[in-house]
Design a binder for this molecule. Sequence first.
Ligand code: F0G
Length: 471
Amino acid sequence: MIAIDGATQATTRGLAGQITATGVPIRVDRGELGDLRVRCMDCGTVSPGDAPISRCPVCGGLLDVVIDTSTALDRATFGTGLSPALARSGVWRYRALLPAIPEAAIVTRGEGNTPLYVDDRLAAFAGLKAGSFGVKHEGHNPTGSFKDRGMTVGVSHAVAVGARIVACASTGNTSASLASYAAAAGIPAMVLIPEGKISGGKLAQTIAYGARVVQIEGDFDIALRLLRELTASHDVYLTNSINPFRPEGQKTIMLELFEQLGWDVPDVITVPGGNLGNTAAFGKAIDEAHAVGLIARKPRLMTIQAAGASPFFRYFASDWRTYEPMHAETVASAIKIGDPASTPRARRTIEHTNGHVTMVTDEEILDAKALIDQVGIGCEPASAASLAGTRKLVAEGVIGPDETVVGILTGNLLKDTDAVMHYHLKDRADGSRQALANRPIRIDATIDALARLLDGVIAAGPVASEATGSA
Ligand code: F0G
């Protein structure tokens, strides 16, 4: 096992029980991968999972890892019977519901274990009762986004099958995460990014962790299409979420949330939708958790897209009759995706959970983000779609005022500082101020000027109180 955060094999000297990343790829005997199976969601064909596989070899459909849900699971089993590093990972503690990748191949950075913040100012903003709205903050993962949960499983599978290179197309977070986990595993990583369209923070992470960065003249959809062509004809391990192993890790966002709530699920879960890997993974987690008796009922899963990148919303609004890819434009660059690869799997989630899909404008996203930031939590723009969407769905009556809701915050505030500065320092196109703008105050460097300011600052109270009226 390769563990950056935790105890692994006992060592006789040195920092025993601590870091064991060696940077030397590990070899696993193919015979040990016999329990890995994938099933096509279209034609049902079951294929072995002992090699890189992202498409059904029979019909080309999307694949799911086969998880045995035929016997009930005891809630108390999670985290038990595992080595310390696996037990401490917020992903691998749920190993009983994950693919049986041999422990020797597992690459973990102690991902997951993210907080659930219940905040009544956010609840009031959404139109919900005090105590009824929480956000699960996936920005607390090692590279600052939920991608690490999928990547620990994806890269571990890549190690297990002996991949010589791992690759992804990305709007920035997948690439940062892949770069880090590939570095831990000692495998080269190549990432395709739409040139000039990902945030500086994410590009910096990806470069810093040592991935080979290929800038494509085109958007994310073009980059992913190119990479899929490459992986179909070349020996390159694809780590985008069409790879069935990645969503397996992302399932644990749901499992960990349910465990945090004592297995008493919220009525509704809202999640931003881009390539729809999370929407797909969450539905699989909910179905499986229900099948093995971990949860007594299913929460409704509601996906929120940016208005300028909303093909899944339009598909849903047509009663699943017409799906049309679109050219994507939104300030939330993480979800600027016009042809989501996991669309059929995400549709299954909405159907299985009696869910819903909506869209919100960039202005709604940015105002919700400013409030999440100002209550001290903070997130990147795309993440705030979950609060903006919750507010919209409450206003529309899709979510009842007495329901409990958890929104997923997918990425850290520091992922996109340009978005922060732009919102707070620049006026809107029509010359008006952003609703929650917090402008730095300039004064002369004198004690008098500073003292004059003080009373006004105290009287104004915390910035967030302006938005929520909770002064
Ligand atoms: N939020 C953030 C912060 C993301 O980075 C992404 C996706 C999403 C939401 C959407 O999640 O694709 O599962 O629906 N980012 C990918 C990337 C596309 O390349 O980093 P999804």
